[in-house]
Structures are given as C-alpha cells and as structure tokens.
Design a protein around this ligand. Structure first.
Ligand code: SF4
Ligand code: MG
Length: 284
C-alpha cells in the first residue's frame, strides 16, 4: 500500500494554509506506515471543516450528524472490535453539539481514537465562538468579545476518564502521524487534541503563534500520573503550550466489559429481528 491508494479524485477545498492539510497528510502517512486499509479501518467524522476529510481519504468512512460522530464510532467498534476506528471531530462538533457523547465515551473507555481538530472557532459556519474560544475573543457571534470561559480540552478528557491523552501541533506532521499510531495501538479511549490553525477566522492561533509558544513535554514526564497530567493540561501561555503525551494507562475498555462471547462481535450476541410493521399500522 502506498499514499496513492488513499487518494480520492477530490483535492481538499480547505483554505490554503489551513491546519487541516497537516492532519490529512499525517493521517495518510500513518495509514501507509501501519497498513490501515479498507479491510481493517473505518473513520467517522462530524460536521465542520474537518468533516470534509471523508472526501479526501480513500478509506471506509461515515460523516455523522453534527456532534454525533462518536456514537456512530462506538457502534462500529462494538459491532467489530477488530477494526481500527478513528473519529475526526472539531472543537465545536465534539465539545458543543457532541459534548455529552464525548464525556460518556471517555467515562466508558471506548476503544476509539479521537482526532480533535481544535481551531478554537466554528470555521465551516464562518467564524462563531466555540466551546474553546478564549474569553474576550471577538467573533461573529460575540462581537463585543466572548464572555464564556473555554474548556481545557485535555483536562476535560482526563477528568471524564480518557486513558490516552495527547496534544500535537497540526503542522508537525511527523509527530502527529507517530501519535496517531500510538493512540490507535492503545486499548482504550484515546484523545489527541490537534492544535489546528484556522487562518481565515482565528488570526490569533496562527502558525507563527504555535511555532513560537509550543514546547515538547520532557521524555521523563510521568505519563501514568493523573495529577501531574491534570496540572500540565492547565498550562497555556507565552512559550508555555505543552505538546506530547500527557497520560496513558491501561484499564478495561467498554468493548471488553460488554463482551459476552469471546472473540465474537457483540452485535452477533444481541441482535434480535423484530417486525416493526405492526407499530406503524397501529399508529398511522
Ligand atoms: Fe480551515 Fe478555517 Fe478555512 Fe475551515 S475556515 S478550511 S478551518 S482555514
Ligand atoms: Mg472548530
């Protein structure tokens, strides 16, 4: 398998310079390196600029409703545990419309990899405040400045129960591809917050801003210490945006907990065929 096997007829229509290009390239590189193909891999997206990914990577994929990518992915993984299942989602999609799904999937430790494109804005709808927009930031929906405090994405993920938590800059494609592979290898709910510049609607979180202010977590950072990870995920400031792996522990996954038949997809154990025609006849 090579990169051409993943190429579709559609070249991405993201704005030139958008961080989504880096994520796209990193995912394709990781796919080639790991042999992720249509026999073993599915990805799901939500709604947003990130969601166009399904048109630009030739792998089995599904574009869910706004905020509903995670429950679709949960269903896929429950039906066939052997698949690599990725979720592409944005800060608005994942933490606004989909916030409920995100925290409960983390709590249950579903064996999924969440690729969270965080550009701190709703990009597709042309620039409204999202759940990660900073206080005071002026957007179309907050012309006087945003009043609402933003989520700290990784702090939320850790608090909810995620067992693999990392952050990578979108334009660092080598590190991102490497982290995608590690996150997929992890058995449990893996979250990668991807710092994704939206060069059109968020001029502050620019490539220059990230290049200047991110720093790599040291090699000896204890990724099994929840308290240390929680504290580290609160850091955000001048030359003070840590990237790398914050936390990784092994815990039973939702799929393992629900498995009643060894090595059998759960759905084979619970599916019942029901005739629903009578219900329609009764009411309509
Ligand atoms: Fe990328 Fe922002 Fe353009 Fe969307 S609006 S394609 S996120 S730069
Ligand atoms: Mg966004």
């Amino acid at each position: 398998m090579n990169i051409n096997d993943l190429t579709t007829p559609h070249f991405p229509n993201w704005c030139p310079g958008c961080g989504n290009f880096g994520i796209w390239a990193a995912f394709k590189n990781a796919s080639v390196k790991s042999g992720w193909d249509n026999t073993n891999t599915v990805f799901v997206s939500g709604i947003g600029c990130h969601g166009h990914m399904i048109n630009f990577v030739k792998l089995t994929s599904f574009e869910g409703l706004h905020g509903r990518a995670i429950p679709v992915a949960e269903g896929i993984k429950m039906a066939n545990h052997k698949l690599n299942v990725f979720v592409f989602t944005g800060d608005g999609d994942c933490l606004g419309e989909g916030g409920n799904h995100f925290i409960h999937a983390a709590r249950r430790n579903h064996n999924l990899t969440i690729l969270l494109h965080n550009n701190n804005i709703y990009g597709l709808t042309t620039g409204q405040a999202s759940p990660t927009t900073k206080i005071g930031f002026k957007t179309k929906s907050t012309p006087e400045g945003n009043y609402d405090p933003p989520f700290k994405v990784l702090n939320l993920a850790l608090s909810a129960g995620a067992t693999f938590v990392a952050r990578v800059y979108a334009n660092d494609m080598a590190s991102l591809a490497d982290m995608m592979i590690k996150a997929n290898e992890h058995e449990g709910f893996s979250v990668i917050e991807i710092l994704q510049p939206c060069i059109t609607f968020n001029k502050e979180c620019s490539p220059a801003f990230f290049t200047e202010n991110i720093y790599q977590l040291p090699d000896n950072f204890d990724t099994t210490n929840l308290n240390e990870a929680l504290i580290k995920t609160l850091e955000w400031g001048e030359k003070q945006i840590p990237v790398g792996l914050f936390y990784k522990v092994d815990k039973p996954t939702a799929e393992q907990a629900f498995d009643r038949i060894k090595d059998q997809p759960l759905i084979e154990g619970i599916t019942q065929v029901r005739d629903v025609k009578k219900l329609f006849q009764k009411h309509y």
